[in-house]
Design a protein around this ligand. Structure first.
Ligand code: CAA
Length: 273
């Protein structure tokens, strides 16, 4: 991912947060409490199925995050994290899909939806997906877009898109392959099978598994741990780790030196008062 995509917008360009009406149209709730923002998928009666409005509103949330926010939690209301794309959209609900005939227009259309996910990788924030119940298709990809996945024992992950004649196109293929490798990713996507929480933990798809009912408490505890780390070190470390898969060893060593010198400059300046 290009550096520019990973940077938080400059303060002058931070947008207004989406209105309550826009959040409701996207099936979302947003709570910002100091350093922690919580985005809730809030259509439990549809198992938090997501529409184009959901993804566009998520992008708007990303553009409007106050600079104080260091941790963003994504969670779902009701029995599931998210059942993925709202299937009613295939039968003409909301608005149509691009036909694919006009390549440029279709490309812009999907790129705009992907913006709902790409901001979750910005170094200035650590993003946590709190997954319970089903995370299917676009829901699984939303969890994959986050830095840390914490799941309850009832979590189930499924990359359903190929079974519906589609590909996963909401940024999920890169993190999936980085986590499980090409062969396992192929097996998971082309069988569209469901992975339970225990297997997800074995595959590295989730970082922590907690008992059913214990997710909120576990996320709160994780948030405390994340906020206890020096803020500048957290940003620099995430930036460094995100670069690592693409870099050669020499490039990564250079990146470590650059980031460490930045840290040392900041720590010495703080000591001098
Ligand atoms: N879209 C629209 N409505 C959905 C939905 C979806 N993805 N998933 C569930 N719902 C609705 C159901 O139709 C049902 O509505 P009614 O009460 O009106 O009948 C309600 O939510 C509750 O659903 P269930 O009774 O099925 O709930 P459950 O807890 O027994 O099962 C489930 C949950 C396993 C998620 C099941 O609902 C299911 O399999 N849903 C479909 C999942 C799916 O195929 N998603 C598409 C993934 S591909 C994708 O996401 C593509 C992309 O991003 C590009």
């Amino acid at each position: 991912m290009a550096d520019a995509e990973l940077r938080r917008p400059e303060p002058a360009t931070v947008a207004e947060p989406p209105t309550e009406a826009r959040l409701a149209e996207g099936g979302l709730r947003l709570e910002v409490d100091g350093a922690v923002a919580t985005v809730t998928l809030a259509r439990p009666e549809r198992r938090n199925a997501m529409t184009f409005a959901t993804w566009r509103t998520l992008a708007a949330v990303g553009r409007s995050l106050p600079s104080e926010v260091r941790v963003v939690v994504l969670r779902g209301d009701g029995p599931s994290f998210s059942a993925g794309i709202d299937l009613s959209m295939f039968s003409g609900g909301e608005e149509g899909f691009p036909s694919g005939e006009d390549g440029a227009a279709g490309d812009r259309f999907i790129a705009e939806l992907q913006e709902g996910y790409t901001w979750l990788r910005r170094p200035e924030i650590v993003t946590v997906a709190a997954v319970h119940g089903h995370a299917i298709g676009g829901g699984f990809q939303l969890a994959l877009a986050c830095d840390i996945r914490i799941a309850s024992e009832d979590a189930k992950f499924c990359m359903k898109e190929p079974a519906l004649g589609l590909v996963p196109d909401l940024t999920g293929t890169k993190p999936l392959v980085e986590i499980v490798g090409v062969n396992r990713a192929l097996e998971l996507c082309l069988t569209a099978r469901t992975v339970d929480a225990a297997e997800a933990a074995r595959l590295g798809l989730v970082e922590r598994v907690v008992p059913v009912g214990g997710l909120d408490e576990a996320v709160a505890a994780l948030t405390v741990e994340l906020l206890a780390v020096n803020a500048g070190a957290a940003v620099a470390t995430k930036r460094l780790l995100l670069e690592a898969p693409q870099n050669t060893l020499a490039e990564q060593c250079a990146a470590e030196r650059r980031e460490q010198l930045g840290r040392l400059r900041e720590l010495s300046a703080a000591l001098r008062g």
